[in-house]
Ligand binder design. Structure first.
Ligand code: ADP
Length: 161
């Protein structure tokens, strides 16, 4: 039986890099749960419900993807979902140290869980949610960097609608 995979992250906001990783994961696993972290300590730019909406909208055409949010320990969430694989994206060497630490900690907490790292198309390697927020705030064009629903919501937010 092929395992269920969970792709956790802040997705604040979701970008085309995230979408690329989600698609790649669906080619490997029968079900991919995109799990948005409900981590108030991170002071997110977008409330959880907006991030949920943007991700659901941009993945609605992929039937094997489910979008949810979670709080608490990731390994406990995986257990609840009967999932055994964590998906993470690697853009550059700079991601490696933190990701390596997290993967080993999760393995320590639950030996039955494997972290699988996927690389996005090189066109997306420089994209991060924080940079998207910064460019958008300063009036730059983010059209080719985020899914359409994200672009629309960010535009609305800027206009204060
Ligand atoms: P977190 O706060 O958990 O790092 P992010 O939403 O920033 O949440 O990232 C979630 C995962 O997606 C991480 O593994 C990150 O490396 C990966 N990721 C973020 N941006 C990209 C991108 N442009 N291409 C590929 N992976 C990415």
């Amino acid at each position: 039986m092929r395992p269920i995979a969970v792709y956790p992250g802040s997705f604040d906001p979701p970008t085309n890099g995230h979408l690329d990783i989600i698609l790649r994961a669906t080619h490997l696993f029968p079900k991919v749960i995109v799990a948005i972290t409900d981590n108030a300590n991170k002071y997110p730019t977008f409330p959880l419900k907006d991030r949920l909406k943007m991700l659901r909208e941009s993945t609605k055409h992929i039937s094997s993807v489910q979008v949810e949010f979670f709080s608490g320990l990731l390994v406990n969430y995986l257990k609840k979902k009967k999932a055994t694989v964590i998906i993470r994206g690697l853009r550059a060497i700079s991601d490696f140290e933190y990701e390596f630490q997290m993967a080993l900690m999760n393995r320590k907490l639950n030996k039955g869980i494997e972290t699988v790292f996927l690389m996005p198309d090189e066109a997306y390697t420089y994209i991060s949610s924080s940079l998207i927020n910064e460019v958008s705030r300063l009036g730059g064009n983010i059209k080719d960097l985020v899914p359409h629903s994200v672009e629309m919501l960010m535009k609305k937010k800027k206009k204060g609608v």
